[in-house]
Ligand binder design. Structure first.
Ligand code: NAD
Length: 489
């Protein structure tokens, strides 16, 4: 395959002031690698400080008009973007699958429809967003203005590229902010297609600007820029800590959606088939690369042996291979990430874990022979305090372990530094409700996993983040509350 150069269609440029900017001759470029083949199949610009200044200037110029629009008018732009995403479903899904390694069917049924839903949801939400008033008897009235923050930064990860990118951009724009957004440097493609869609939708120039490049370069510069009022970040916990350290002394508003080490609790009275399906999906969907994945499976001891056997049968049926074909699991995002996951498996063995299935890199034939595939892996026999059960692996790797009773299940579930999501599988609803109150997680799913209603608060406790996304929470984050008090006297 010919190596793409900066002038070819494969070189991804920034979106600044409504224009897609081809990188100048002296720009730094990064490789874009297809995880399923291990081949470089494109280039992207690694943005400079000059690009950031240009994006800030474009956003500043666009802000007075955008923030001054009636919410209905802003909503119409967002609706148009949603419709264009839907019109381009096939192209976007294929691009997402190639860029990320995820099964095409998953990109088609989840990632891209959700990106459209994000724009449509916040288009509608902003037309219903209201602020409060507080009357002080006959004496005075207070009312709250909810003004956009100005220029905001949105930084997203590679695991659900367009899905999470738009989950931040849509509420920020709906609320009247101008946005400078940075997708992950390892999955830039659908963000670059979103730029074209925004042009087609007639979004005014400078309202959304997209800068590509490394987190330690342009990402960090974005966080530090004095004219950027807020940062909405989704990514790893260590990165979140770095961003918080940079943003806090500048008093920026921060939303941090970080990592997870999520427990799945299976009780003897669960609905057997539904639970097996749910536990399997929670552990291995998207190659286990979803922050919400249930990577610690705890099963009540009376059913442990049978449940484990049935789960292993289902894992054995997972089809792993070329993501552009009919598979359940595609490739991991990069060679470095695959090594990290394989090292975590080696560490699990050193800690005394028994590998029940998987445990190694998978060789796939044909065009994917150099791809980054790891067999779905289940590990047994590890205590809660070992590194395997404490650290996020973010791959197709889960541990499984029995528990004696509800109290032990709770202790195990709450026994890590993370607090993003958990799922509980039992038909005893009073037990489920009791546990929901005691589990230290931002999201508790009962007899389901990753069932999302965009109106609900989304986010984690403990090391899994600060703040909530979704519904009014997102619109409140992207606006500044100002109280006005009028004395009648
Ligand atoms: P990452 O933290 O390495 O990168 C995320 C984004 O931040 C990328 O765009 C990256 O370029 C940028 N970045 C990196 N360093 C930066 C810096 N110093 N300043 C500014 N930006 C910087 O994460 P990743 O590897 O892309 O994604 C995987 C992680 O994301 C996992 O830990 C996963 O759990 C987490 N995640 C969390 C959620 C959630 O909603 N809580 C959702 C998805 C993924």
């Amino acid at each position: 395959m010919a190596t793409p150069d900066r002038h070819s269609d494969h070189c991804i440029g920034n979106f600044i002031g409504g224009e897609i900017v081809q990188p100048p001759a002296d720009a730094q470029l990064l490789d874009n690698i297809e995880p399923a083949t291990g081949q470089v199949y494109g280039k992207l610009v690694d943005s400079s400080d000059g690009d950031l200044q240009a994006a800030v200037a474009a956003a500043e110029a666009a802000l007075p008009h955008w923030r001054g629009l009636d919410p209905e008018e802003r909503a119409r732009y967002l609706e148009r973007i949603a419709a264009l995403i839907e019109d381009n479903l096939d192209a976007l899904a294929e691009a997402e699958s190639r860029d990320n390694g995820k099964p095409l069917a998953l990109a088609r049924s989840v990632d891209i429809p959700r990106a459209a839903a994000n724009f449509r949801f916040f288009a509608r939400a902003i037309t219903q967003f209201a602020s409060e008033s507080h009357a002080m008897g006959e004496r005075a009235i207070n009312y709250t203005l909810r003004a956009p923050l100005g220029i905001v930064g949105c930084i997203s990860p590679w695991n659900l590229p367009l899905y999470l990118f738009t989950w931040k951009i849509a509420p920020a724009l709906a609320a009247g902010n101008c946005v400078i957004a940075k997708p992950s440097e390892v999955t830039p493609k659908t963000a670059s297609m979103l730029a074209e869609i925004c042009q087609k939708a007639g979004l005014p120039a400078g309202v959304l600007n997209i800068l590509h490049g490394r987190g330690s370069g342009i990402g960090s510069a974005l966080v530090a820029h004095p004219k950027i009022a807020a940062i909405s970040f989704t990514g790893g916990t260590a990165t979140g800590a770095r961003i918080a350290a940079e943003a806090a002394p500048r008093f920026k508003k921060l939303s941090l959606e970080l990592g997870g080490k999520n427990p799945t609790l299976v009780f003897a009275d669960c609905d057997w088939e539904k639970t097996l399906d749910g536990v399997l999906r929670a552990a291995f969907a998207n190659q286990g690369q979803i922050c919400l994945c249930g990577s610690r499976i705890y099963v009540e001891s009376s059913i442990y042996k049978d449940f484990k056997a049935a789960l292993l049968q289902r894992v054995a049926k997972l089809r792993v291979g070329d993501p552009l074909t009919q598979v359940d699991q595609g490739a991991l995002i990069s060679a470095a990430h695959m090594e990290k996951v394989l090292n975590a498996i080696t560490q699990a063995k050193e800690e005394g874990g028994q590998i029940l299935c998987g445990g190694e890199r998978l060789q796939v034939e044909g065009r994917c022979r150099n791809g980054y595939f790891v067999a779905p892996t289940l590990i047994e026999g590890l205590p809660i305090d070992c590194r395997t059960n404490q650290q996020e692996i973010f791959g197709p790797v889960a541990t499984i372990q029995p528990f004696a009773d509800e109290e032990e299940a709770l202790q195990l579930a709450n026994g890590t530094g993370y607090g993003l999501a958990t799922s509980v599988w039992s038909q005893n609803l009073s037990r489920c409700h009791r546990l929901a109150g005691q589990l230290d997680f931002g999201i508790v799913w009962i007899n389901c996993w990753m069932q999302r209603d965009l109106r609900t608060p989304f986010g984690g406790m403990k090391n899994s983040g600060v703040g909530r996304e979704g519904g009014w929470e997102a619109l409140r984050f992207f606006t500044e509350a100002k109280n006005v008090c009028i004395d009648y006297a």
